[in-house]
Design a protein around this ligand. Structure first.
Ligand SMILES: CCCCCCCCCCCCC[C@@H](O)CC(=O)SCCNC(=O)CCNC(=O)[C@H](O)C(C)(C)COP(=O)(O)OP(=O)(O)OC[C@H]1O[C@@H](n2cnc3c(N)ncnc32)[C@H](O)[C@@H]1OP(=O)(O)O
Length: 224
């Protein structure tokens, strides 16, 4: 195998990708911890880690592709991945004024802890040597981390609203040659509102998984 083949194998083979995702999020955690220890502040943290974050989180679309081979819901995974990609590219990347908000650091830390736990779970599971602590962490941490992460995301979108209104970013006003109008400000309000029906579905999905894995209960979930 040449270098490219090796890279493609490591990145895209089903057996290896949990480990590669685990190591990426670990790299991000180390970068965040180093930044905070050196500077003593979270201001500027996003700017320092943004390239790594965008690269890793964008690659998470592979998770939707991998739904073809793992026992997981494409709908749940799709909502989870698309909301994260939306946060990364259409909120924090695009609206620079909010990059130093505490809420950004909040969801970044929560995502990182979650993904390190989740991918270490998948990695050890595939190796058939799963330490109980990792299994326990996978199916307990989310109880707190999910709502905290969602709060971080919603507060960040909320903080972006005044800038979106002021700059008119991603909005299309009439008159224009397509004769259509689009207001990103109201779109963001709809996105925030959509957490109300969608988030409980993701949360209950995880609660069902928890009961199945930790307590051996078999639950038939209605799915796509
Ligand atoms: C265009 C604008 C869109 C805007 C949309 C706005 C609405 C959004 C509302 C919702 C927002 C969510 C926000 C979110 O970003 C917030 C956070 O994440 S905060 C941080 C806390 N988060 C979590 O804890 C996430 C927990 N949730 C999940 O992990 C997910 O539900 C999911 C990623 C889908 C994983 O669920 P899954 O069904 O896969 O459960 P399991 O992990 O138990 O796995 C089931 C079985 O599949 C095997 N598996 C799965 N993936 C892999 C893999 N990659 N490699 C190997 N094996 C894998 C796993 O081992 C299980 O197998 P088995 O049954 O044999 O044990």
């Amino acid at each position: 195998m040449n270098n490219l083949d090796t890279w493609v194998f490591l990145e895209f083979s089903f057996e290896n990708y949990p480990f590669s995702f685990f190591s990426r999020w670990l790299v991000l955690a180390i970068a965040m911890a180093r930044f905070y220890m050196q500077k003593g502040t979270y201001k500027g943290l996003y700017k320092t880690i943004q390239k790594t974050l965008k690269f890793f989180q964008t690659f998470a679309v592979l998770e939707v592709v991998h739904c073809a081979v793992v026992r997981t819901s494409v709908l749940v995974t799709g909502v989870q991945v698309s909301s994260r990609i939306f946060m990364v590219w259409f909120i924090t990347h695009s609206i620079k004024q909010i990059q130093n908000e505490e809420s950004v650091i909040l969801f970044l830390v929560v995502w990182t802890v979650t993904e390190i736990t989740r991918y270490s779970f998948y990695t050890f599971n595939l190796l058939n040597h799963l330490p109980y602590f990792i299994k326990w962490a996978r199916y307990n941490f989310f109880i707190i981390l999910y709502p905290v992460g969602v709060a971080g995301e919603l507060l960040t979108i909320y903080a972006a609203l005044p800038y979106v209104k002021k700059t008119g970013i991603f909005s299309l006003r009439l008159p224009n040659k397509y004769n259509v109008s689009f207001d990103y400000y109201y779109f963001l309000i709809i996105v925030m509102a959509s957490y109300i029906p969608l988030f409980p579905q993701l949360y209950f999905h995880m609660l069902w998984q928890r009961r199945k894995v930790l307590h051996g209960e078999v639950i038939v979930e209605k799915d796509d």
